[in-house]
Design a protein around this ligand. Structure first.
Ligand code: ATP
Length: 760
């Protein structure tokens, strides 16, 4: 026996705790109408997880809680505890005794407990289903439900049978699998839509990443090209610098030497400036000499003229001296006479007012004057002339002497000047020679200097090109480090090699035609342009995002694969469950039919009864919608085959009655009981509760019913709520339920005899 007891507290009319122990295979529950017997059956349904309040004869959860009565307060909660003996582990839980409890509170909340631990309803249902106890209650036949199975639709009937055959577990599994499958498909759709959503982004990122990778490749190429270019350029520039220095320094030295020589030559030539001075001097001397000679000539000419004058005067003196010998014919110059006349006039002018003395004086004076005049002209005249001439000659001779002295001076001066002139002249000649040498040297120096200057300016050009190249290299290095990264400058370890791998010599690098470096530079420029065109900034972020997004996509892909796998597994499981359900159902129905036939024949003393699997007929249109006059054939055509169901086919002995519709109330009850007992016999549940299933039976049938109960109790524990004396007589223990004025159901364990009384 599996069912140990039920404890009812606060549930419906059980305002006080009541415990029913099930110690015998058949337990009877008796009591007057309305005492609370059916509440016991409902307590079973309740604790087994019934969710329909209606099927517990209530509207709200509250209706299940003791509502109070006269003198007894209403309860706050209803609880029912069902205790199983689990020594045989009919419930797959590792306890010898299992108490399943359900509590409902006034706030409608429900609690489920297994051995005192809160659990979910699902856990209870699963646990019970494993033991072939279902909440749907095929083993709990409520009052008035005896022919429920007969009234049910073929589909509901099929469900009842499935439940009774413990196929519900598989059904649950199947439904759960279908739910899971639906969920899986839903998830699949979601994941697919997620993938679809991110796909364009991934494509975009992929393109970006490809660009970035391309750019990275280009950058790597650029770096290696830079290494070669920079290394070669530095080597070339160093070599060029060295070569320029090597060429320049001797040239510079040479130039310095030439400059020194030039300075010397210039000194010489500067000295020639004095040549001009000397020339000036010569000319001055020459001028002076000329003047001196002219003076000398003038003097000479003056001396000649004086000498001529003197000789002519000498001749004149001689002549005079000859004339003086016969001097009576003297001629007096008129002017002398006039002078004498003026002197007389002057003397005579005073005679007007003069007395005789005075006149005598005046006459004397005039006489004196005239005597003087005669004297003068008579004797002295010749003498005077001679003396004048001699005086003149003397003067001239003196003049000549002076001239001659001057002449001597002039001659001396001329000689001095002529000497000076000659000296200067020779000096100038001497200088002319050294000047010519200096000039020659200068010409040579200038020519050589020109040559050197040409060479040096070529070197200067090279130097300025070198500087430009150096600056250009620095600029390119800076630019390179920006575009290709700092590693572009890590070329110190790089050394160019021949195709075979042997390193190039410095000379080979330096002497390479510049056009080749130019080609390299152009190639670098091209890559730079392509790199700039690629324009991929923030590469790391994009790479990270691409990585994350594609990882997510991969994850989603994997998830899809997992979902597809589990979907496949679920489909397989569903198919297997379908298969299992189909075969189990088929064999189950066959077994039930065997028992059904037996019970039916026992009840009715013959006849046949069976369950037949039929397809549910679905009508496309309702009958009323069919046009009048439609024949059955057309009606059949209007029907569709639906799901499989179970039809009950009976034929009573000695009666030409077929079909359930034709049975009397009692016959219906017997058929129903026969079927219920057949089902229970095939797959016996641990317990069966029958609430007045026997109500419609007459005495003879009650007896048969009692026999069948006895047979049934071999497999299942029975709890029979009854007013039937025969049924009561089969019970080992009978509980009487009474209800006092307080509205509380009370329990008493009673003997059969009492039971009959109590039941009334
Ligand atoms: P019968 O023999 O006529 O079928 P019964 O013994 O099966 O009767 P039940 O139907 O179990 O009687 O009990 C019905 C009684 O339970 C009624 O008197 C009803 O008032 C009472 N009852 C139902 N719900 C509650 C509740 N929540 N609180 C108090 N009493 C309740």
């Amino acid at each position: 026996m599996y069912l140990k007891s039920i404890e009812i507290a606060g549930f419906k009319s059980f305002g006080k705790k009541a415990i029913l122990d099930f110690t015998t295979p058949i337990t009877g529950v008796v009591g007057p109408n309305g005492s609370g017997k059916s509440n016991v059956a409902e307590a079973f349904r309740f604790v087994l997880g019934e969710q329909s309040i209606k099927s517990l004869r209530g509207k709200r959860a509250e209706d299940l809680i003791f509502n109070g009565g006269k003198d007894s307060p209403r309860a706050n909660r209803a609880s029912v505890k069902l205790v199983f003996n689990n020594a045989e582990r009919i419930l797959s839980i590792d306890f010898d005794e299992v108490a399943i409890e359900r509590v409902v509170n006034r706030d409608s909340s429900s609690e489920y407990l297994i051995n005192g631990s809160p659990v979910r309803l699902k856990d209870i249902i699963e646990l019970l289903a494993g033991a072939h106890i279902g909440a749907s209650g095929h083993q709990i036949i409520s009052q008035g439900e005896a022919d429920k199975i007969l009234n049910a639709s073929i589909r509901d009937r099929r469900e009842m049978i499935e439940d009774a055959l413990s196929l519900k577990v598989f059904q649950y599994k199947k439904e759960e699998s279908i739910r899971k499958l639906e969920k899986t498909e839903e998830n699949t759709k979601q994941v697919e839509s997620l993938r679809r959503e991110i796909a364009p982004h991934i494509r975009f990122l992929k393109k970006q990443v490809e660009k970035i990778e391309k750019a990275a490749e280009m950058r790597t190429e650029l770096v290696s090209r830079y290494h070669e270019y920079f290394r070669r350029e530095e080597e070339y520039l160093a070599a060029e610098k060295k070569s320029i220095m090597a060429e320049k320094s001797p040239l510079a030295a040479e130039r310095e030497k030439l400059e020194r020589e030039l300075a010397q030559a210039k000194l010489v030539l500067a000295a020639s400036a004095s040549k001009d001075e000397k020339t000036g001097e010569v000319m001055a001397v020459e001028g002076k000499l000329k003047d001196a000679r002219a003076g000398k000539d003038a003097l000479s000419r003056a001396i000649g003229r004086i000498e001529g004058e003197i000789s002519s005067l000498v001749r004149l003196v001689k002549k005079q001296q000859e004339a003086s010998a016969n001097a009576l014919q003297k001629t007096v110059e008129l002017s002398s006479v006039e002078t004498m006349a003026r002197e007389i006039d002057l003397e005579a002018s005073a005679s007007a007012h003069a007395d005789t003395g005075a006149l005598k004086g005046i006459i004397e004076s005039i006489r004196k004057i005239v005597r003087n005049f005669i004297e003068k002209h008579k004797a002295a005249e010749a003498k005077q002339e001679l003396s004048d001439l001699e005086h003149e000659i003397k003067r001239l001779e003196e003049e000549k002497k002076a001239h001659e002295a001057n002449m001597a001076d002039a001659a001396r001066a001329e000689t001095g000047l002529a000497e000076e002139y000659a000296f200067l002249k020779s000096e100038i000649e001497k200088e002319k020679d050294s000047n010519r040498d200096a000039e020659k040297t200068m010409f040579r120096i200038v020519a050589e200097e020109n040559d050197i200057r040409g060479k040096l300016s070529a070197i200067d050009a090279r130097e300025s090109r070198l500087r430009h190249d150096e600056e250009e290299l620095r600029r390119e290095q800076q630019e390179g480090s920006i575009i290709a990264g700092i590693q572009a400058l890590h070329f110190k370890d790089f050394w160019p090699t021949h195709a075979g791998g042997t390193p190039l010599s410095v000379d080979e690098i330096a002497n390479e035609p510049r056009a080749m470096q130019e080609d390299r530079r152009r190639a670098i420029e091209k890559i730079k342009i392509r790199l700039e065109d690629a324009g991929v900034a923030g590469g790391d972020d994009v790479m990270k995002e691409y990585k994350e997004t594609s990882e997510r996509d991969l994850f989603l892909e994997k998830e899809l694969a997992d979902l597809a796998k589990s979907s496949e597994a679920l489909k397989t499981l569903i198919a297997e469950l379908d298969e299992k359900l189909a075969t189990e159902f088929k064999t189950g129905v066959a077994k039930i039919n065997g028992e059904f036939q037996k019970f039916f024949a026992a009840m009715f003393g013959g006849g046949t009864a069976s369950l037949a699997v039929v397809k549910e007929k679905k009508r496309r249109r309702s009958d009323t919608e069919l046009p009048a006059g439609d024949d059955s054939e057309e009606l059949a055509e209007a029907e569709e085959e639906g799901e499989e169901g179970l039809e009950i086919e009976v034929s009573l002995p000695r009666k030409k009655i077929r079909g359930l519709m034709m049975l009397s109330g009692g016959e219906r009850a017997l058929t129903s009981i026969a079927l219920l007992f057949a089902i229970s016999a095939v797959n016996p549940p641990p317990f069966i509760i029958l609430d007045e299933t026997d109500a419609a039976l007459d005495e003879a049938n009650s007896k048969k019913y009692g026999d069948m109960i006895a047979a049934l109790s071999e497999y299942s524990q029975l709890i029979l709520i009854t007013h039937n004396r025969e049924t009561m007589s089969r019970a080992g223990v009978i509980y009487g339920i009474t209800m006092g004025a307080d509205g509380v159901s009370r329990l008493l364990s009673i003997q059969f005899e009492e039971a009959v009384q109590v039941a009334k």
